[in-house]
Design a protein around this ligand. Structure first.
Ligand code: ATP
Ligand code: MG
Length: 442
């Protein structure tokens, strides 16, 4: 059953029992914008014990804040009692709530476009906060005094930027000015909540405008300050006619597909994060960024761990940052090396990073086209045949790990595998320039 039908049925049961029940907040906004809402929230005059009585088996987590989660038709629907929030001493959540009226409930919400109600059966909109006018004008405006509302809950700073980026609205001047004045309030917000909002900004189709706004308002200083030195970090104009490192990165973000995955968006944002600390100028005036890929991978890991991203996201993004310069050498790689390079699970996303890296700067497409052609060519065979002999086997044979390990693995593996005859084995090993260490072959 569609989410809307499931929510409407629950609302009908509440009204049949004599309570008021309205769709509230994001679902009303999204439907008016022509988007299918992801989830429906119901605001009601029924108190949690009455909601639980009508919908046995509902989850009462949050019931003391007036929130009950009901399951119906395969959906989880949040049913919240009309309420006024008490004081927010910690800048994160109210200390108490008082059950109240729809007017008061609209006024506790963050932005006018999020403060609308809808009568489920008729579709009538109930607007106590001027949300309809702002929705039509494309404006994000805090309900009441913006500074006071951000001081209550600092996460709203990022929510404002997120809604602007998601739906392409403009933040009203007083609300926008308050974003700058209140940026420090993010210091009180948990990394997990910041991560979730930031990820929604970064994965939205207007991610470039969203990140630029986080920089303009200085919000980013409070959770990812490493981005700021990219602004104004000059690059060699012959390679980067588009401008400084930040401009280059923003153009790349804007070139990604609307539904680009989070680890790719993070890798693009962070691929040149170490250019500012690695920047040096030769006596002839040439600008260099030696080692920015390796240091960038370290910095990306530090940043993403701090924001509590899951390990698989961190691993993928860090791999992409650390390898992004190797794409410049792919045409010179030997086939075995190229196949190993392309066998990395992140390769397709890295190729996309490389595409936008070039498209936003020098416009070269040769490495990209070369790799696409090789991908098609190698498609018929597995990229890496399962190894017959591994480094571990060589160590067991008594060899000391070193730079020539790879060579022996590539060159001598067939012989080592084919024979158990000790003289052939050691001749083969000697042929690769290895000397025996203490252990004996077996
Ligand atoms: P989305 O679901 O797309 O993330 P949303 O606006 O629906 O956006 P939810 O977290 O689902 O956000 O919250 C539903 C409604 O609850 C919001 O529309 C808003 O009215 C209110 N709300 C949510 N978070 C806050 C907050 N931090 N401060 C004030 N009101 C909030
Ligand atoms: Mg929602």
């Amino acid at each position: 059953m569609p989410a809307r039908d499931a929510a409407a049925e629950l609302a009908r049961r509440l009204t049949a029992a004599g309570h008021q029940a309205l769709f509230a907040g994001g679902c009303v906004r999204d439907k008016l914008l022509g988007h299918e809402p992801e989830d429906y929230d119901i605001a009601t005059s029924a108190v949690p014990s009455e909601v639980l009585g009508l919908f046995p088996g509902s989850n009462e987590v949050g019931a003391h804040f007036g929130v009950v989660i009901a399951k119906h038709g395969g959906h989880h629907i949040e049913i919240a009692t009309f309420r006024t929030d008490g004081s927010y001493r910690d800048g994160r959540r109210p200390e108490s709530v008082t059950f109240s009226t729809p007017q008061e409930d609209a006024r506790r919400r963050d932005f006018t476009i999020n403060g609308l109600f809808e009568v489920p059966d008729t579709g009538e909109i109930i607007d106590y906060v001027g949300g309809m006018a702002d929705l039509k004008a494309g404006i994000i405006r805090a309900i009441g005094d913006a500074q006071a509302r951000f001081t209550e809950d600092g996460l709203r700073l990022l929510r404002a930027v997120r809604f602007a980026a998601r739906i392409g609205f403009t933040i009203e001047p007083a609300t926008d000015a308050a974003l700058r004045d209140c940026a420090h309030l993010l210091d009180r917000i948990s990394p997990e909540r910041i991560r979730d909002e930031f990820s929604k900004i970064l994965t939205s189709p207007r991610r470039r405008a969203g990140v630029e706004h986080l920089v303009e308002t200085d919000l980013i200083r409070h959770f990812m300050p490493e981005v700021l030195p990219m602004v104004g970090c000059e690059q060699p104009p012959e390679w980067h006619p588009e401008g400084d490192v930040f401009t280059h990165t923003m153009i790349m973000l804007g070139m990604l597909a609307p539904d680009a995955p989070i680890e790719l968006c993070l890798a693009v944002l962070l691929h040149d994060i170490a250019k500012p600390p690695c920047r040096s100028i030769d006596p002839d005036g040439r600008i260099r960024f030696n080692g920015h890929d390796a240091l960038g991978a370290q910095m990306a890991e530090t940043i993403l761990r701090r924001l509590r991203y899951p390990n698989h996201v961190i691993d993928d993004a860090v791999t992409m940052v650390s390898r992004h310069m190797q794409f410049m050498n792919v045409q010179k790689m030997r086939v075995a090396k190229l196949k190993r390079f392309m066998a990395e699970p992140t390769f397709d996303r890295e190729l996309e990073l490389h595409r936008v890296d070039c498209a936003s700067s020098n416009g070269f497409t040769d490495n990209y086209e070369f790799l696409q052609a090789r991908e098609a060519e190698f498609a018929a065979e597995p990229l890496i045949p399962p190894p017959l002999v591994t480094g571990k086997d060589l160590i067991k044979l008594g060899l000391q790990p070193g730079p020539r390990f790879r060579e022996i693995l590539e060159a001598s593996v067939p012989l080592l595998v084919l024979t158990n005859e000790p003289t052939i084995r050691s001749a083969c090993v000697r042929g690769c320039g290895f000397s025996r260490t203490s252990a004996r072959s077996h």
